[in-house]
Design a protein around this ligand. Structure first.
Ligand SMILES: Cc1cc2nc3c(=O)[nH]c(=O)nc-3n(C[C@H](O)[C@H](O)[C@H](O)COP(=O)(O)OP(=O)(O)OC[C@H]3O[C@@H](n4cnc5c(N)ncnc54)[C@H](O)[C@@H]3O)c2cc1C
Length: 575
């Protein structure tokens, strides 16, 4: 199997690379056993401390003694190879571990996650042996906690616009600049810092900076909406001098390092989101059973059942998607950036909807600080913003696919001559091309899912049908907008949403197939029900998105937005 293949990028070209998603990835038995013991120790340590966690939230502070306990419980060792004293968890096991921590307390999960998912991930992926030997042992014990420093006051989503500089002076680099909202900033000793290096090799470089270096300072703890006990601070560098041994990866390739770190770490955030969903479902089901209104438990009411049922479906689909991406990483696939972005967008939004419904089921209690719902909602809101906003990730998902389709069409255009200049003739040819592209798919790919359990044929048919339409959809968008697609964000978003739905559906089909094979069909009634509901949702959403290529309100919405921006607000009143 070609490890450079991407499932979704291939899908947008009309090819279903089934070998990537079947069989559904499974954690190794010995790793499962290790995790069970680790999770038991988490339970013994963290269960029943709700009141304490609420106090941390109120004060916006995690006690230093607790951070010390985190070190002792190995919370900074998860992804560090065993040779350096770490646990060497696979991506699958790491993601599952983040799920478990998030069930207990989000600030704990974020502190551990920022260290392993992003803070020291650059060292893991790009570090030299000497760099690893120097820092990994201390990062494994938590003697050094890690932070990832990309964002600046003037540079968020547009990461390439950072202003921090690394100026060459002799054989040293002099770093100057301010980093903003850095998770673990107040407790970290190891910083992965991105700076502009206007050298001939390129414009951005990643550096290892440590707290003990003269000129490194961190600001006060930020007062945040959620994950309030986790440390978020500025990281300021004034004439910080480092040698070449502090360059992470190649000079000028810092942007590549930053993106690789964020991609590779996404299963941590995805795992945490699934953990939050599982906790919300547990709270909401207990609440629905206990709360009696109109003479019966509210769990008996259709509107409550509707919420709970959907929460289960979303959690199962998100868990399947996150687990699949972690499996890709563990199997050595190299090009999983689109799928990782999908898993982040899908799981973080599913968590938000799930918590919103859980809070609704709790009624007024849900609004009270005494109960965990409002804190969980505040805590999880950041997931849609950091590690790439979900909006930027949607653009990335769709534009990557568009770029691939564009290349294929370009190749085709040279053989089809005037296809681009004759819209009517051209479109017919392109549709034909898309159909032929699928029909001719050979080698590892096929044009449909064939490995799903036959009992799942209704869901599989929805996937296959939408996949066929996807290739035509992408062709059509490019035909309509050409290079301007980059500025057509309404259309791009629709393509991204279709891709998100199709990947989540493929992962869920694969997982239910594996469960049927393992436990037998009779034991999988609920899993089959989940798939039926989810595939129905996907069918409705995708067909709505496909239908809006030509007929939509995009221009009206844009004009309303422009008018509101011009007026700086809403201009109507009934006064
Ligand atoms: C609690 C917290 C912890 C954080 N931890 C870290 C950390 O550890 N390390 C780190 O480096 N950073 C961290 N960040 C920063 C975080 O990654 C950024 O906030 C995020 O990348 C978004 O950048 P921004 O806030 O500047 O928003 P902006 O980039 O200003 O975006 C504002 C809005 O505009 C949208 N937008 C922007 N550009 C486009 C476009 N081209 N098309 C369409 N929409 C667009 C965005 O999606 C968003 O909705 C953290 C932030 C917070 C709040």
């Amino acid at each position: 199997m070609d490890k450079s293949t991407s499932f979704m990028r291939s899908l947008c070209l009309g090819e279903v690379v089934e070998e990537m998603i079947f069989p559904f990835p499974k954690m190794k038995a010995e790793e499962s056993e290790t995790l069970r013991a680790v999770f038991d120790s988490f339970d013994a340590w963290l269960k029943g401390r709700e009141k304490e966690f609420r106090e941390w939230d109120e004060k916006g502070h995690m006690p230093a003694e607790f951070v010390q306990q985190m070190r002792e419980f190995g919370l900074f060792s998860f992804v560090i190879p065993e040779t350096y004293g770490g646990m060497g968890l696979s991506s699958t096991a790491y993601s599952r571990t983040m799920q478990e921590l998030a069930k207990h307390e989000s600030s704990i999960a974020i502190t551990a996650g920022a260290h392993s998912s992003i803070g020291m991930r650059g060292l893991l992926l790009f570090g030299t042996d000497a760099q690893k030997q120097r820092y990994m042992p201390d990062l494994a014990t938590g003697k050094m906690i890690a932070a990832f420093c990309l964002t600046e006051p003037g540079s968020g989503s547009d990461a390439a616009s950072i202003k921090t500089t690394a100026t060459r002076q002799g054989d040293k680099w002099i770093l100057n600049g301010d980093k903003l909202w850095i998770t673990n900033g107040g407790i970290a000793d190891f910083f992965t810092v991105f700076a502009k290096t206007d050298t001939k090799e390129g414009k951005m470089t990643a550096f290892i900076v440590t707290r003990d270096m003269p000129g490194v300072k961190t600001g006060p703890h930020e007062d945040k909406m959620g994950i309030r006990a986790s440390s978020t601070t500025t990281v300021l560098m004034e004439n910080v001098t480092v040698g070449d041994e502090h360059v992470l990866g190649e000079v000028g390739k810092g942007f590549k390092v930053a993106m690789a770190v964020l991609n590779s770490g996404r299963t941590g955030l995805g795992g945490g989101s699934v953990g939050g969903m599982k906790k919300a479902i547990e709270l909401a089901t207990k609440q629905a059973k206990q709360r009696v209104q109109f003479g019966q438990p509210i769990s008996e009411f259709g509107l409550v059942k509707q919420k709970l049922g959907h929460m289960v479906v979303e959690c199962f689909a998100a868990e399947s998607t996150v687990s699949m991406v972690a499996g890709f990483v563990d199997q050595g696939y190299k090009d999983y950036a689109v799928e990782a972005a999908i898993s982040k967008v899908f799981s973080t939004e599913a968590l938000w909807r799930t918590l919103d419904e859980a809070l609704q089921i709790a009624g007024g209690n849900g609004f009270m600080r005494e109960f965990p719902y409002e804190r969980m909602m505040r805590d999880c809101r950041i997931n849609r913003i950091f590690e790439g906003t979900n909006d930027i990730l949607r653009l990335f998902i769709a534009l990557t696919a568009m770029n691939d389709v564009g290349h294929q069409l370009k190749e085709l255009s040279s053989s089809l001559g005037n296809v681009f200049t004759d819209p009517i003739k051209g479109f017919g040819l392109l549709s034909e091309y898309a159909r032929r592209r699928m029909a001719n798919a050979t080698g590892v790919g096929s044009d449909t899912i064939t490995k799903a359990n036959p009992e799942l044929k209704a869901a599989t048919a929805i996937f296959n049908e939408a996949t066929r339409e996807l290739a035509t959809f992408a062709d059509k968008l490019l035909r309509k907008h050409g290079k301007k697609i980059i500025d057509r964000q309404f259309a791009t978003r629709r393509l991204a949403d279709v891709m998100i739905d199709l990947f989540a559906l493929a992962c869920t089909i694969s997982r239910v197939t594996a469960l049927i094979e393992e436990k037998g069909s009779a034991a999988c009634t609920e899993e089959k029900q989940i798939l039926t509901v989810f595939s129905g949702q996907v069918r409705r959403r995708t067909s709505s998105n496909f239908g809006k290529i030509d007929e939509n309100d995009d221009e009206l919405i844009k004009s309303l937005a422009d008018a509101a921006v011009e007026k700086e607000g809403y201009r109507w009143d009934t006064l």
